[in-house]
Design a binder for this molecule. Structure first.
Ligand SMILES: [Zn+2]
Ligand SMILES: [Zn+2]
Length: 267
């Protein structure tokens, strides 16, 4: 039986990277690469994942905190003979000098979040559109015959397609970016606050909990709160807010929080 593990190496506005591993093969796919090559290798190993088993890199969107380390990480992996294919939406490549330059020198493939699904390392991967102020933005559903995992970060609202794609998964990574009161009170300029709270920004703890309440299937076992803001949230509230939604429904799912500076694994 093949089961997934989700290793969240870093999550937040200072850098994002996560690995979906098929534990029956040890093969994995990296979602985003906004961390250094050193952090990618060290944190993978801390999670018990061999970075040489990376088959591909999937890009959710072209914002710097999701791609800034891609070039150095690809070069570092290449030194070990590992050359994962990068999957990105054409709009993300067009919207990013970094991605455009890398696409000239590495194996890149494009997909459309609304249409394509593809198979990588034995996992069926279905991208779905998110609502974010990037040129192209999406989340991913991963599926094998025996397991399913959903991953969504950087979205101001939960789109209908996203909700459908996240249903009936066993493992779920779900953005829980900010507390609205802390966001209002924090030092960001007004336009930044409006951007974060808007439809093209990020999910609040409450929005995340409301979506989680709709996703409490018989299959769901673990949820990780993603992209927690260090200025308009803390590492306690997302867990409490999501846990409250789970408790209200008397559901047995476990709630975890992902950090900026240390990795976690849910499996
Ligand atoms: Zn981000
Ligand atoms: Zn973003």
């Amino acid at each position: 039986m093949s089961l997934f593990a989700l290793h969240i190496l870093a999550s937040g506005s200072k850098g994002n990277a996560a690995i979906v591993e098929d534990t029956s093969t040890g093969m994995g796919v990296l979602i985003d690469c906004g961390i250094s090559g050193k952090a990618l290798i060290e944190r993978s190993e801390q999670c018990g994942f061999d970075p040489c088993k990376l088959q591909a890199v999937l890009i959710t969107h072209e914002h710097t905190d999701h791609i800034s380390g891609l070039g150095v990480c690809l070069r570092k992996l290449a030194k070990s003979g590992v050359n994962p294919t990068v999957f990105a939406q054409q709009a993300s490549i067009d919207g990013s000098n970094t991605l455009r330059e890398l696409a000239n020198n590495h194996d890149f493939r494009t997909f459309k979040a609304t249409e394509d699904d593809f198979v990588l390392a034995g996992m069926r991967i279905t991208p779905f559109p998110t609502s974010h102020d990037a040129m192209g933005s999406c989340g991913f559903r991963f599926e094998t015959e025996t397991d399913a995992l959903g991953f969504m970060t950087d979205t101001g609202i939960v789109t209908g397609e996203a909700h459908e794609a996240l249903r009936d998964v066993r493992l779920l990574g779900l953005e829980s970016n900010h507390d609205p009161a802390m966001l209002r009170a924090c030092a960001y300029p007004a336009y930044v606050k409006a951007r974060i709270a808007g439809d093209g920004g990020h999910l609040s703890n409450e929005q995340s909990a409301a979506e989680l309440a709709e996703l409490l299937s018989d299959r769901l076992e673990h949820v990780a709160a993603l992209h927690i803001s260090q200025n308009s949230n803390d590492y306690r509230m997302p867990g409490e807010t999501l846990r409250a939604a789970v408790t209200r429904a008397s559901h047995p799912a476990n709630v975890h929080v992902a950090y900026q500076s240390k990795p976690i694994t849910i499996r």
